[in-house]
Design a protein around this ligand. Structure first.
Ligand code: ZN
Length: 505
């Protein structure tokens, strides 16, 4: 029966399909980029032929490919072009200097050096580096060092001189540290070139694939036609960016997108328009944009048929978004609207009750609780600590939840997100609100099917079901079977997109 002949069969595996009709299997057969069948090892002869590639998974676990429902792939690409000064790579200012010095030795004098991701709290000195320290590392190169939050940066002397920030050298030299987005700095530092960006996207794509992420939802608040064309260009380069992209657009760009003939879900399963990101505060710098502005923008997007992703970074924004949501649904009812709330870092039981009136879906980032836990415990009032990233309560209340990373703001490793959702542990091992823990299988679902639902694609991805796209991730262990602590050590062994092996360990 050659018409059933698969292109690829992954067998001898624990296949977690997340399909309630057929939850477990031993093999997955793939044909023409789609799931042909799941079954037992003994079914192998029914689907294999002369041209079938057979992969023995040696009892490893297969899950649907991860879907990162909120991330910034171009930001990730640019970050990967920078010298890595993240807390996992550097422990002190001396370490930062060593890394910059090494890069300086490999770079022609006068060329910009870019470093990023440092966190002063994790440095032995507990402070920001200064221009003079960067000078010691690279006296002959302009250097910019960007904080992990992207809101603070440090420049060395040559960089300051080049962008024209030059004060009296003796009495009032700035230490080179800039807080907040400084216009002169932003204008003065040359952007990465097209070739550099293409190289960065290759690195970013490989990193996402190495973590088993097959679908990316780019939630940039300033995404526009240019970003769309950039993705089109990347997608046209064979093998450069195999991950599927759903690109949300900024609300300012919506009219232009419409004028160019694009609309909600325009495109195909490789690259599509994913909705409108509503982040008025990022644009204006005003933490609490007026309610009328939120309502007006939301209504425009809703009326034009776009899914809305409200940027919700605090409880005030959460309530304002819910008010807008009620208003637009009253104007133009749409029962399965799937408007989204991004982040929802703090979310109280009262707010969850409010959410049940309009049923938005929540796209959140559990790994922030792990890496930010210590900081939260110091900065968030104790009565609110239990409301942080409450995946358990959200799930129990019947709201749809999708998991994501917000990379480059945080690691894109989904298993760290799943580990955090399951354990609620911060980096020192302290547990925050254990009642918000969820099971590994629920966490897996939120990182796969949850994302597919958030982009209206649950009929083509998110479970291992015959007929769906063959996007698969092979893990060395089953998160449901290992000790909770071990989930964060689980590694991705293979990533399959469209039935093709695009990454292997
Ligand atoms: Zn984001």
């Amino acid at each position: 029966m050659t018409y059933n002949q698969a292109d690829l069969i992954l067998y001898n595996a624990r296949v977690i399909t997340l399909d309630p009709n057929n939850p477990m299997a031993e093999l997955v057969a793939v044909k023409a980029g789609k799931i042909l069948a799941t079954g037992k090892n003994s079914d192998i002869s029914s689907f294999s032929g002369l041209r079938t590639k057979l992969v023995d998974c040696r009892k490893m676990t297969i899950i649907p490919g991860f879907n990162d429902a909120h991330c910034h792939p171009i930001g990730q690409a640019i970050t990967l072009l920078h010298i890595d000064c993240s807390s996992s790579s550097v422990k002190s200012i001396a370490d930062i200097k060593k890394r910059i010095r090494k890069q300086a030795q490999e770079t022609p004098a006068g060329k910009w050096l870019r470093a990023a991701q440092y966190n002063e709290f994790d440095l032995a000195e507990k402070r920001h580096p200064t221009r003079w320290e960067l000078d010691e590392a690279a006296p002959d190169h302009p250097v910019i060092l960007i904080h992990y939050s992207a809101g603070i940066c440090v420049l060395n002397s040559m960089a300051l001189r080049l962008i024209g920030i030059n004060r009296d050298p003796v009495s009032s030299e700035p230490d080179g540290i800039f807080f907040g987005k400084n216009e002169q700095v932003q204008k003065g530092v040359p952007p990465v070139s097209d070739e550099e960006l293409e190289h960065g996207i290759k690195l970013a794509s490989r990193q996402y694939l190495s973590f088993g992420i097959t679908s990316l939802q780019d939630t940039g608040w300033n995404n526009n036609m240019i970003h769309w064309q950039t993705y089109q260009k990347f997608k046209s380069r064979e093998g450069l960016l195999p991950n599927r992209i759903s690109m949300l657009i900024g609300c300012d760009a919506m009219q232009n997108i419409i004028d160019n003939g694009l609309f909600m879900a325009y495109g195909d399963n490789q690259l599509r328009i994913g909705g409108v990101k509503l982040a008025l505060d990022e644009k204006t710098g005003n933490i609490h944009p007026p309610q009328e502005d939120i309502n007006r923008q939301a209504l425009l997007a809703h009326r034009a048929g776009f899914q809305i992703a409200f940027h919700v970074h605090d409880q005030h924004n959460l309530r304002a978004s819910l008010t807008a949501l009620e208003l637009i649904l009253r104007h133009i009812p749409k029962p399965l609207h799937r408007h989204r709330l991004e982040h929802c870092m703090i979310c109280s039981p009262d707010e969850i009750a409010l959410m049940k009136r309009t049923l938005p879906l929540v796209v959140t980032q559990p790994a922030f609780l792990h890496f930010g836990g210590k900081n939260f415990m110091e900065t968030i009032p104790s009565d609110k600590l239990n409301y942080l990233f409450p995946a358990g309560s959200l799930g129990r209340s019947g709201l749809q939840v999708a998991f994501s990373s917000d990379s480059p703001m945080n690691t894109c490793n989904p298993l760290l997100g799943i580990y955090t959702a399951v354990t609620r542990k911060e980096t020192d091992g302290k547990t925050l609100a254990p009642e918000e823990r969820i099971s590994p299988i629920d966490a897996l679902r939120m990182y796969t099917l949850g994302g597919a639902y958030a982009s209206y694609e649950e009929n083509i991805k998110g479970t291992i079901t015959p007929g769906k796209l063959a996007d698969l991730t092979v893990l060395n262990k089953d998160p449901n079977l290992v000790d909770m602590e071990e989930i964060k050590e689980i590694t991705v062994m293979m990533t399959v997109i469209d039935g093709k092996i695009v990454w292997e360990k």
